[in-house]
Each structure stands twice: as C-alpha cells, then as structure tokens.
Design a protein around this ligand. Structure first.
Ligand SMILES: Nc1nc2c(ncn2[C@@H]2O[C@H](COP(=O)(O)OP(=O)(O)O)[C@@H](O)[C@H]2O)c(=O)[nH]1
Ligand SMILES: [Mg+2]
Ligand SMILES: [Zn+2]
Length: 351
C-alpha cells in the first residue's frame, strides 16, 4: 500500500473501503475528471482510465471530482473499470454552481489539505476577492496560504506581503516569483509528502507557471503566447500532479464566478477579528450602527478596523444568507442536501 499512501491514502479511507462489497474494493485517486464521466485515476498500478456510470455522473456532490478517492468495481464501460463508490471526503472546495448548471453546488476539488490562493503582484491586490477565497478555503476544512505571485513585477513585494498579513487572519502569506524562483522554497516548506494542495485564483495569476516550477518541468500549459502565434495556452481542466518532494498539487483553471455556498464557518474563520469585536458589543444582537457600547464602531473610530473589511464581511454574510435560503428551498424540493461537503461524508472538517 506504499504507493497509495504517497497519493494521500490513510486509515480512515481504508476503513471506508472495507465497508464496501469485496468486489468493489480497488482504490484509486481521481487525477482528472472530464465530461461524460471520463476519469483519469491513479492507483497502485499507476495511471488508468475509469468511468462513472451515467446515472451517477449528474449530482453536484456525489460526482467524482479531481482529488476524490474512488472504489473501482468489477463492471466495465468501453473496457474501463467503473466507479462503484466515491469514498468520504476530507477537505473540499465547494462553491455555488454557476447559473447555467443543473445542480446547486459544485465541488471544485476533494481531499484538499492546503488551499493556495494565487494573487498576482503585477496589479493592486484585491482584498475583497481574497476574503471570498479565504472563506471558501476555511469553509471546506482546508488551510489557506495566500501566494503572492509575480513578485519580480512588484516594487515592494515584502511590503505588500506585510499589508496582506495585516488584512487577513490565520492564513500563511508567501510572496514569490515563479520566473526567478525567489520565495518558491518558502512555499515548498508548506507542502508535505502525501498532502494535497490546490492552486486557486483568477486566470493569469501564474498558477500553472508555479505548478511547473514546483514540478521542475513543463507539465501544465501556461498563458505564454504560443510560438506558432495561435493564441494562448491556458489550463482547461483541474489536474492532480505529483511533486518531486512527495506532495500532491491540483492546478485549476481560473474561476470567473465564485459564489459561496455553505459559508457560515468559513466566514467565522476569515473574519475572526470582526466576530471577536462583535462578541464584546454591549448588546448581543448589536447591528454595529448607532448602538451604545458597540465594540465594532469603536474599532472603526480608532482605526483598528478597516471599514472596507467590515463591508466585505457584511457583503459575504448577506450572500451566505441568500445561499442558505436557496439551500432550504432546494431541501424542500428534495433536490439537494443542506450540508453536501466534508461534514456529511463523516470525516469531519479535516485540517
Ligand atoms: N513576470 C512574471 N510573470 C509570470 C510569473 N508567473 C507567471 N507569469 C506569466 O503570467 C502569465 C499567466 O501565467 P499562467 O501560469 O498561465 O497563469 P494561470 O492562468 O494562473 O495558470 C504567463 O504569461 C506567465 O509567463 C512570474 O512569477 N513572474
Ligand atoms: Mg493555468
Ligand atoms: Zn456592535
């Protein structure tokens, strides 16, 4: 089982596998999930193709996604083994599915330990967008690290890293350049053998360039202008890669929409400072407007809390409340479960 451990296999997964019928106990990890239930998986025998039966390739949360551990059964489709079960997930990234999707939620990656949030330093840092990614990461039971990319294009990368540290709570912050290699070792120190990191962030922030640097080869296509002049290469699929140091890395295409789904706990982590202030307001239902004894307005007044940060918190809270109403409506339709990601799978929040 040595090979499987290198892919992130553990005792909890082994126990879950054991609960399945004997004929369906071949474990493999999804390295790539393409349309129509076509998977590339890695197991003891190396990489192979597998298929998700059509009836199960639809649901937003039961569908096998990159990073998932699956159990392959005895059936075959076009000669490829069929997925009998998706094993319980640990850390996950879950967002509200884009409007054109049939399902409500979309799992972006499964069994994630570390979420690397790429923010490019060749433009002003958008802290509000970062709050959204941090909430997504915490909510899924993963540990976020803010990766400030393209440090070679910034006048003062360390200064910006300090600012980002001051504007976030509990997340690692690393400034690096995938071109010069500066800072890459500092990030590599966060990556552990058998642990899975996922790179997220807008397109063009240098995720694939960094992935290639960490692998030490050109595995992922990047946004360089192609030499044949036919436009740009970009990442089109989420893909699980093995790094030389033994860690696993999932590169992802940039997401245009990142609407939060279940995000209550994630907001609590991302805005732990604001929630701590709110807890010391005189009234437990304080609206932080003109109430006497409000610790939040006091912090705004003395400059210890940035008003933009409070706005960001309120915006994401409203969005969360809206998503919760949608979830309740979905529940009444019987279409979706309220807690699709890690918790329901019985493996806790990970971390
Ligand atoms: N100057 C500089 N450019 C970079 C760096 N990392 C990536 N790029 C460039 O940014 C563009 C987008 O990179 P890519 O890795 O495809 O971004 P992705 O969409 O996030 O995967 C490409 O032209 C890269 O060459 C970096 O550290 N420094
Ligand atoms: Mg890319
Ligand atoms: Zn208050």
């Amino acid at each position: 089982m040595h090979d499987l451990r290198a892919l992130g296999w553990d005792d909890v997964l082994a126990a879950a596998l054991h609960d399945l019928p004997e004929a369906s106990r071949t474990p493999a990890r999804v390295a790539r999930a393409d349309r129509g239930g076509h998977l590339t998986v890695e197991g003891v025998g190396g990489a192979l193709r597998a298929r998700v039966p059509p009836r199960r390739s639809r649901s937003g949360t039961d569908r096998a996604v990159v990073g998932d551990w699956v159990a392959l059964g005895p059936d075959r489709i076009d000669g490829d083994p069929v997925v009998a079960a998706v094993l319980p997930r640990r850390g996950v990234l879950v967002r509200q599915a884009p409007e054109d999707r049939a399902e409500d939620v979309q799992v972006l990656a499964a069994n994630v330990d570390l979420t690397l949030i790429a923010v490019a330093l060749d433009q002003p840092v958008n802290l509000r967008r970062l709050d959204r990614f941090l909430t997504l990461a915490w909510q899924g039971g993963t540990t976020p690290v803010v990766v400030l990319t393209k440090a070679d294009r910034a006048a003062d990368p360390d200064g910006t890293a300090e600012e980002v540290r001051a504007a976030t709570v509990g997340a690692g912050v690393v400034a690096l350049s995938a071109v010069t290699g500066a800072g890459v070792d500092e990030l590599a120190a966060h990556l552990r053998p058998g642990r899975t990191a996922v790179l997220v962030g807008p397109s063009g922030t240098g995720k694939s360039t960094l992935a290639n640097r960490l692998i030490g080869g050109d595995v992922m296509a990047t946004g360089e202008i192609r030499e044949d002049g036919r436009g740009r290469h970009t990442t089109t699929a989420r893909q699980l890669l093995r790094l030389a140091g033994g860690a696993l890395l999932i590169d992802t295409p940039g997401v245009r929409e990142l609407a939060l789904w279940d995000a209550d706990e994630g907001l609590g982590e991302t805005f732990a400072d604001v929630e701590e202030l709110a807890a010391s307001c005189r009234f437990s239902d304080c609206g932080h407007a003109s109430e006497p004894g409000c610790a939040v307005t006091a912090a705004l007044a003395d400059g210890t809390l940035d008003p933009a940060r409070l706005d960001s918190y309120r915006t994401l809270q409203r969005e969360q409340a809206h998503a919760a109403r949608k979830q309740d409506a979905a529940l009444r339709r019987g279409a979706s479960r309220r807690r699709p990601p890690a918790g329901s799978a019985g493996r806790g929040g990970g971390g």
